[in-house]
Design a protein around this ligand. Structure first.
Ligand code: GLV
Ligand code: MN
Ligand code: MN
Length: 411
């Protein structure tokens, strides 16, 4: 039986598959993505699954249920990372899914069991998150092909270089009738389970998110010779914007982050002529998120007016807040109880997850595993072996609970 210790050893092994010798960075459609798929695929095979890479670059494994061709219960998460990542965000969920598939290998289930490692959840390379799961959910948007990475490589070019055929991306899509649901285990990425002294929790809803690329254009001029009244300093405008974003989002009860600024021409004695910023905005509901964006956009335009700057806004990502399905969530709650916790805690997820894309095509539910101090998107991400062990028991029992419910459900 695949133990928590084995799952953690596999997380450590996956964490060595990186584009950088000094930190963990594994983005979409890169050689590291290919190597991670190969490793995860080999572990899926060991667990007795039939393995394939789908038309969007996700690694998939399947074992048939009682009879071949039944709808599949999907267990999954993502294999890509942010730059300088920890070893558990995404990966833990994929490896727990593989372990649960292995544990259940002798069971004849009333559904096929599939494991999926999505190739892009973070959106770290192209700015657009959830590319892997949106392909599977059948919500691919042709506009995404022209998204570009930092090296100006388009998604279309990267797809082809990875050996995928862009014209066939639709083949990754799954139809609702092929699916019995989607379950995802993930580290909490927040401090609430630790504060409640709980190993596990279940997710009620997942935050709605929007991401933007903001380009502030001013005028590059001599840093000495240009009087203040004549300056159109894009970096000063960007700085005011960053502060306004935090102030407005705090007041609205939403969560907004500017994670990157790049300045052109970027010289010590030249006023910045251009600043490119990213903005990530989340809220419990889509309406709150959209209201907050309207306020932020108004404030950014005011900064531009005051400083004679120009603002271009490109929305790079939008994901609706997702509700976890009652039936599957009850199965996760039953799993948490079976792992020894008689007071399962429900949380809303501030982080985005593949489950929000999958909710467009099937019922979803999520199991959260406590992580230390809420640290995530950082190399100090950590989980305890005992929590992973309880998580495996809960995840396995959740699948069996879905099986019980499927068996008694009317045809
Ligand atoms: C994914 O980790 C996200 O919420 O950004
Ligand atoms: Mn994640
Ligand atoms: Mn993440």
């Amino acid at each position: 039986m695949t133990s928590a210790a084995v799952v953690l050893a596999r997380c450590a092994e996956l964490a060595t598959v990186s584009a950088s010798p000094t930190w963990l960075e594994r983005t979409h459609l890169t050689p590291e993505h290919r190597r991670a798929n190969a490793l995860a695929g080999a572990w899926m095979e060991e667990a007795g699954l039939r393995v394939w890479q789908d038309a969007a670059g996700n690694i998939c494994g399947r074992r048939e249920g009682r009879t071949p061709g039944l709808p599949a219960l999907l267990l999954g998460s993502h294999l890509d990372t942010v730059p300088d990542a920890g070893a558990y965000d995404g990966m833990l969920g994929v490896l727990m899914a593989i372990a649960v598939a292995e544990r259940l290998s002798e069971r004849a289930l009333p559904f096929a069991l599939e494991v999926i490692g999505f190739g892009d959840e973070e959106g770290a390379r192209f700015g657009k998150a959830l590319l892997g799961s949106q392909a599977v959910a059948g919500s691919w948007d042709e506009h995404w092909w022209s998204l570009r990475d930092r090296d100006d490589i388009s998604l279309l070019e990267a797809f082809e270089a990875f050996g995928l055929d862009p014209r066939r991306v639709g083949e990754a899509a799954r139809r609702p009738e092929e699916l019995a649901g989607y379950l995802e285990a993930h580290i909490e990425q927040g401090p609430y389970l630790e504060a409640a002294d709980a190993s596990l929790g279940y997710v009620t809803t997942i935050a709605g998110a929007r991401r933007f690329r903001l380009t502030v254009t001013g005028e590059a001029r001599h840093a000495g010779g240009t009087p203040y009244e004549r300056r159109r300093d894009a970096l000063l405008g960007a700085a005011e914007m960053v502060v306004a974003v935090e102030r407005l989002a705090r007041a609205a009860g939403t969560i907004a982050t500017v994670g990157r600024i790049e300045v052109q021409p970027g010289a010590v004695n030249v006023i910045a002529g251009r600043a490119d910023l990213t903005l990530d905005l989340r809220a419990a509901t889509d309406a709150e998120r959209d209201r907050s964006w309207q306020e932020i956009e108004r404030a950014l335009l005011t900064v531009c007016e005051t400083r004679d700057l120009h603002l271009d806004v490109v929305e790079t990502h939008r994901a609706a807040a997702a509700h976890c399905a009652d039936g599957l969530t009850e199965a996760v709650v039953a799993g948490i109880r079976a792992s020894g916790d008689d007071r399962p805690r429900g949380l809303w997820s501030r982080a985005g997850h593949d489950a929000m894309a999958m909710a467009e095509v099937t019922d979803v539910a999520m199991l959260f595993v406590r992580c230390h101090d809420g640290i995530s998107h950082h190399p100090e991400e950590s989980v305890r072996e005992i929590d992973v062990a309880r998580g495996l028991d809960a995840f396995e029992q959740a699948v069996l609970e879905v099986a019980r419910r499927t068996a008694v459900a009317p045809a």
